[in-house]
Design a protein around this ligand. Structure first.
Ligand code: COA
Length: 360
């Protein structure tokens, strides 16, 4: 929260912020009532309205969407979005339960199916429908670890090789250790303002020019397909419906790569790759920084980490850095338009946002 305030170019009075949206799944695996009021107090403005937003791993994207709606409706002109999660000081059993309740309980969690297991099924099905996928999954891991090595805030800041990724111990076949996001602690914060308010504080605001969301059946056996997430598809369709640019105009994407297969599915669900072509696109190098369509320049969930409630907020923070030319050695040259994509659980909810250096 302090860094969000410090990054305002011309300074800001904390009492000027009118509302707070706190995104978090829980606190070390437990629920804490009224957590948003604590966040407002910590921020130094205990009187403002504050609410907690929870949509599993997509909590951050939905908190951003609520903030954008509050501003777009004219109800507020300056709001704070905070995402946080503290995951590492929890027992393995507690963590399995805590993450597992964001999936189906009767058919998945109680049967022993973890999120790695669900995405493992998706990867196996994708390979059955479109051909071998191991090299592309490893390329996602190698690329995102390489990007994470350029991000001082990343959980993992060490590059890995394609061989290391492919030969890693299995977690949920065909997914191995380097196909999984880690269990991370982290926090991120954003100030969302009406354009005229933002311009009082900076000459280089980043504009939110599209917002979309969708949902789907919680249990995977109730979904239409295992090789696409319809919640993501619906969210992207809504975000692009009135957007001032098209998919081909995007300079980079921040997508929800909780497992490497999820990055391939995202490229297809968001409509930037044809069905079945994301593996080839990835292996061509197009999604690397410097490629035609960089994906996850901050290291993604794979290397930056996945502190559940913080993830969707931190994706927008990366866009803020990149679109202002402040991403240092991982800067996507000339970045002016970007997309964030945040998924809840194995695809029961998704939020997509579009950003630009120019207002709509
Ligand atoms: N990627 C790369 N390295 C990882 C890693 C990951 N995802 N997870 C752990 N490691 C490394 C650790 O840094 C450690 O390395 P070190 O020995 O050099 O210090 C080593 O592997 C063992 O770490 P540990 O924490 O004991 O691993 P683990 O076996 O308990 O957990 C996973 C590994 C993959 C099971 C765990 O990271 C996981 O559950 N990830 C998925 C989380 C999830 O489902 N989130 C919700 C998504 S929808």
């Amino acid at each position: 929260m302090d860094r969000a305030v410090e990054s305002v170019d011309r300074g800001i009075d904390r009492e000027r912020v009118q509302e707070l949206y706190l995104s978090t799944l829980g606190f070390s695996g437990w629920q804490l009532g009224n957590a948003s009021a604590i966040a407002a107090e910590e921020f130094g403005h205990p009187g403002m309205p504050a609410v907690r937003v929870e949509n599993a791993c997509a909590s951050g994207g939905f908190a951003l969407r609520m903030a954008v709606d509050a501003v777009a409706s004219g109800r507020r002109d300056l709001v704070l979005v905070v995402g946080l999660e503290k995951m590492t000081d929890v027992s393995q059993a507690r963590r399995r339960y805590w993450l597992g309740v964001s999936g189906d309980t009767e058919w998945e969690r109680l049967a022993g199916l973890t999120f790695a297991g669900v995405y493992g099924l998706m990867a196996a099905r994708y390979a059955a429908e479109y051909g071998p996928v191991r090299d592309a999954l490893s390329e996602v891991a190698v690329k995102n670890h390489a990007n994470g090595a350029l991000n001082p805030n990343a959980h993992f800041q060490k590059p890995i090789s394609r061989d290391q990724a492919s030969a890693a111990p299995a977690v949920a076949a065909p997914l191995g250790l380097y196909d999984c996001c880690p269990v991370s602690d982290g926090a991120a914060a954003l100030l969302v303002a009406a354009p005229e308010t933002a311009r009082q504080y900076t000459d280089t605001p980043v504009y939110v020019v599209g917002s979309g969301a969708g949902s789907d059946a919680l249990a995977i056996q109730s979904r239409a397909s295992l090789t696409r997430l319809d919640a993501s598809r619906r969210a992207a369709e809504e975000a692009f419906r009135r957007a001032p640019f098209e998919r081909k105009d995007l300079d980079f994407l921040e997508v929800h790569d909780c497992f490497t297969i999820a990055e391939l599915l995202a490229l297809e669900d968001l409509g930037v790759a044809r069905r079945g072509s994301a593996a080839r696109l990835t292996l061509s190098g197009a999604t690397r920084i410097g490629g035609r369509m960089p994906v996850n320049p901050d290291g993604g969930l794979k290397a930056k980490g996945h502190p559940i409630g913080a993830t969707g907020v931190s994706q927008a923070y990366e866009v803020f850095l990149q679109l202002r030319g402040g991403a240092g050695s991982r800067q996507v040259r000339g970045a002016e338009r970007a997309l964030t994509h945040n998924v809840g659980g194995s695809g029961a909810s998704a939020a997509v946002h579009l950003f630009s250096t120019e207002g709509a």
